[in-house]
Design a protein around this ligand. Structure first.
Ligand code: CA
Length: 225
C-alpha cells in the first residue's frame, strides 16, 4: 500500500467501522442468488439488482418489501418464516464466502497505526459472525461487532452506526465508515460519519452516489492502491 488517499482520509481518525457483506466478504453474489431462488420457489420474482438495492434490510423487512411490490400487501408471519428458511437453506449450498484481501491489507495498516477496527452488520446468523472472528483473527474481536441483534432498527436507520459510536466512545468525526450498499451508506451518513462507498457489487455507481457517500471507490484495489 503506497501513500494512497486512504492514508490521507485516516489522518486524525481513531476507528474504522466496516460493514460486513460486500465489504469484508465477497458474499453478496451468493446472498443475491439465494434470495432470488428462495422467492422463485414461491412463484415471486425478485431480481438480483433489487436484492443489491435493498441490501442491509433485515430478512423480514426484505420479504415484506417484496410482497408490497408484488402482491400489494405485507407478508404473513408464516410466509416470512417459510421464505427465510428457504433462503438460509439455499445459502448453505454456496461456497464459504472469501474475505476481500484488500480488507486484510487495510486492517494491517490500521492495527499498526492503532486505529480501532469495528464491524457494523445487519447479519444475525451465528455462522457468519463466528466466521468473521476466524477469518479476521487478530484484527476483529467479539466486543467490537455490532450485529442485527444489538439494534431495534436496521440500516438505513442510523441506529446501527449510532450504537457503534456509543459503544466505542468515539465521536463521529473520529471515525470512517466503509460501506458497499445504498442503505448502509444512508445509515452511516445519517449518523454523521464520513463514509466511503466501495462498489463491489453489480449496481451502477450513480445508485450508490445518490445515497450521498463522501467518496466512492470502484473496488478494494482502487481504495488501497
Ligand atoms: Ca453490505
Amino acid at each position: 500500500m503506497k501513500n494512497s488517499r486512504i492514508q490521507d482520509i485516516l489522518i486524525g481518525r481513531r476507528a474504522v467501522f466496516f460493514d460486513m457483506d460486500g465489504v469484508l466478504y465477497d458474499s453478496m453474489g451468493a446472498h443475491a442468488d439465494a434470495w432470488n431462488k428462495a422467492f422463485f420457489h414461491f412463484g415471486i420474482d425478485f431480481p438480483h439488482e433489487l436484492v443489491y438495492r435493498n441490501e442491509g434490510r433485515t430478512a423480514q423487512s426484505t420479504i415484506n418489501l417484496v410482497f408490497m411490490q408484488n402482491e400489494e400487501r405485507q407478508a404473513t408471519e408464516s410466509e416470512i418464516q417459510q421464505i427465510y428458511l428457504k433462503k438460509t437453506e439455499l445459502i448453505e449450498n454456496y461456497p464459504e464466502a472469501i474475505p476481500f484481501n484488500g480488507a486484510l491489507v487495510l486492517m494491517e495498516v490500521l492495527k499498526k497505526e492503532g486505529i480501532e477496527i469495528w464491524v457494523v452488520t445487519g447479519s444475525m446468523q451465528d455462522k457468519f459472525l463466528d466466521a468473521l472472528l476466524n477469518d479476521f483473527n487478530g484484527f476483529i474481536s467479539k466486543e467490537k461487532i455490532i450485529s442485527g441483534r444489538d439494534v431495534t432498527h436496521c440500516k438505513p436507520h442510523p441506529e446501527p452506526y449510532l450504537t457503534a459510536l456509543e459503544k466505542s466512545g468515539f465521536k463521529a468525526s473520529e471515525v470512517v465508515v466503509i460501506e458497499n450498499a445504498p442503505l448502509g451508506i444512508q445509515s452511516a451518513k445519517a449518523a454523521g460519519i464520513f463514509t466511503i462507498a466501495l462498489n463491489t457489487g453489480i449496481l451502477n455507481n450513480n445508485i450508490l452516489r445518490e445515497s450521498g457517500p463522501d467518496l466512492l471507490f470502484q473496488d478494494w484495489n482502487d481504495l488501497i492502491k
